[in-house]
Design a protein around this ligand. Structure first.
Ligand code: HXC
Length: 267
């Protein structure tokens, strides 16, 4: 076996309908794709319906299964509620919510406008809480169990300069993950988080870093294992955490970063 092969057996997610916010591109797409390969059906959301629809078609062609593309800005509660209603209408029940949608700017904090700061807080913390509350209330009302998986980052607990709104918002998401793990376990609702380190995606680094910096930027430099992550390694962990194999894992944050944050903390 290679580290970049699928870990779970075929059909491990059969019968699960999984919502992935920010599922049209990047890590959300990779995790969703693997869920599909394992037999799940998917709902993918983002603001860009054209991107989502193309992703959905490609995923179904490559992996089979059913993928529903729904436009939704997680900052807008009306859009979130409509998306949840449409997803349930299509699949009858959603079993898993993967809160993956995020926004971020790398910037000296004093140069951020109030609107820029709030934009990141709104996407990451308010957006995640709105999707979580909408799903959780519905699951509790219908006496359905469910699983949340939230994507955070290690600077949610270490802190980090130049990404202050993101760090503050991700810290909030992590606190919410742990708190709901305690409060909603009695309803059969689990909440966990993953903190990924550097994984290459289509545009995150080039969008976040200025042109001259992105050319010099070596994302593996501070990673003790000496390389960036492979999307399949993250997808394997995510699939485990949304599957029933992890039924006794609740309120946990699992870091997958090759040891990067410990290295950073020691400097
Ligand atoms: C500072 C910026 C800015 C930038 C926009 N703004 N870009 N400020 N630096 N690079 C300001 C604008 O001037 C505006 O403030 C306010 O932010 C809102 O901008 P809009 O363009 O209206 O926002 P919106 O259209 O809602 O777009 C949101 C977005 C977008 C965050 C800007 O890029 C987005 O949705 N990105 C999603 C993808 C993403 O960023 N993923 C990265 C996640 S990865 P004013 O005051 O002018 O009105 C991650 C881990 C990374 O987080 C770890 C790296 C270290």
């Amino acid at each position: 076996m290679n580290f970049n092969e699928g870990m779970l057996r075929e059909g491990a997610l059969k019968g699960k309908n999984i919502l992935v916010t920010g599922g049209g591109t990047g890590l959300g797409r990779s995790m969703g794709s693997y869920f599909l390969e394992l037999g799940a059906n998917l709902v993918i959301t983002s603001r860009k319906l054209d991107v989502l629809q193309q992703t959905a078609e490609e995923m179904m062609r490559e992996k089979g299964g059913k993928v529903l593309a729904l436009a939704c800005d997680v900052r807008d509660i009306e859009q979130v509620e409509q998306m949840w209603a449409d997803a349930n209408q299509e699949f009858g029940q959603i079993h898993v919510v993967l809160n993956n949608a995020a926004g971020n700017f790398i910037s000296p904090t004093e140069r951020l406008s109030t609107n820029a700061f709030n934009t990141v807080l709104d996407i990451v913390l308010k957006g995640t809480s709105q999707v979580t509350l909408t799903a959780g209330k519905d699951w509790i009302k219908k006496k359905q169990s469910g699983t949340f998986l939230n994507i955070v980052t290690t600077y949610a607990w270490t802190g980090s300069g130049y990404v202050v709104p993101s760090a503050a918002a991700k810290a909030g998401v992590l606190a919410m993950t742990r708190s709901l793990a305690v409060e909603w376990a009695k309803y059969g609702i689990r909440s966990n988080a993953i903190a990924p380190g550097p994984f290459p995606t289509e545009g995150a680094w080039s969008r976040l870093l200025p042109g001259d910096l992105v050319k010099k930027f070596d994302p593996a430099k501070k990673v003790p294992v000496g390389r960036v992550g492979d999307h399949q390694e993250l997808a394997n962990l995510a699939a485990y955490l949304v599957s029933d194999f992890s039924s006794y894992v609740n309120g946990e944050v699992m870091t997958i970063d090759g040891g990067e944050w410990l290295q950073g903390a020691g400097e």
